[in-house]
Write a protein that binds this ligand. Sequence first.
Ligand SMILES: *Cc1c(COP(=O)(O)O)cnc(C)c1O
Length: 353
Amino acid sequence: MSDAKHWIKPEIQALKAYSVADAAGMIKLDAMESPYTWPASLLQEWLMVLTRAELNRYPDPHAVKLKNQIRETIGIAEKYDILLGNGSDEIIQLLILSVQGAQRSVLAPAPSFVMYELVAKMASMNFIGVDLLPSLQLNMPAMLQEIKTHQPALIFLAHPNNPTGQIYPEADLRAILQSAEGLVVIDEAYAPFTSVNALPLLDEFNNLVVLRTFSKMGLAGLRLGYLVGRTEWLNEFEKLRLPYNINTLTQLSVEFALQNYAAFIDQTKKMCAQREYLTEQLRGLNGFQVWSSEANFILVKSLQESATEIFQRLKQKNICVKNCQGAHPLLDNCLRFSVGTESENKALLSGIK
Ligand SMILES: *Cc1c(COP(=O)(O)O)cnc(C)c1O
């Protein structure tokens, strides 16, 4: 027996690493990135900001200026704390580590963002996935029953959901918050693309925290996510956060980006308009069931051909999308298209035709 087989925990050995498709040189519509880079008008100014970086020093461990900028730009009340993560992925890991324990579980609708299950299993926790309805809405009787049975330490609700693009009625969110004894995380990774917003619910529910990220609105490469919630929770999570998790270049760059937020809002609006265009065009093709989306991607079910064949053919045409086949029974024959630029979306449409 090799040393690794002996010493690495069996739960870890049983995991499959999160895999990312190699899409070098392709039209990349698989990972919900913004198709836009820094606006040309900001590029020079941003590079000047970077010359201020003192890379010989550790970053500000509390990223005070950046947090203040986030608070001001997003409009987060003083009574709530903000915790920063190296991507919201890191915050998901930190939340799970903070409640980890034998007999404790993590619950999320299924299908949803894969990281919840992956990290729960890394932490040797019980993961409960509650299947959505075929409409991709929450199965509320099943959700409430599972919550009652397991009283999970953590519930993750991606809202809008990934990979479905769906939002749920506020009454469903409230019913879950009311019946959960543990902490509920509403993951608003796609907040820039929807009008739903869970921050006001913080006033009513003391078992809620709200997770956000700057990744999907154009800053994926900088890795910055944030959690908003009450001090009683965030003080505890702070203890687990590694002191310099947000590097100097990220602190300076996101601060600058938020000082120029209007440019990013502009890009976000373009993406939403393209989402509507792409949805309409895909519906016109008649080969797909096309779900409406509140995010920057569209989920479709192929009604005639196999999704895998379409995926392969698009790949040959240099277009990388997400093949959801095999991820969950509700996603049989499904593909997920991130919204690209107008010309990328046209290339996708003609590739499909
Ligand atoms: C993309 C995504 C994340 C991860 O975002 P990062 O901040 O880039 O780590 C978290 N939650 C959901 C639902 C996502 O789709």
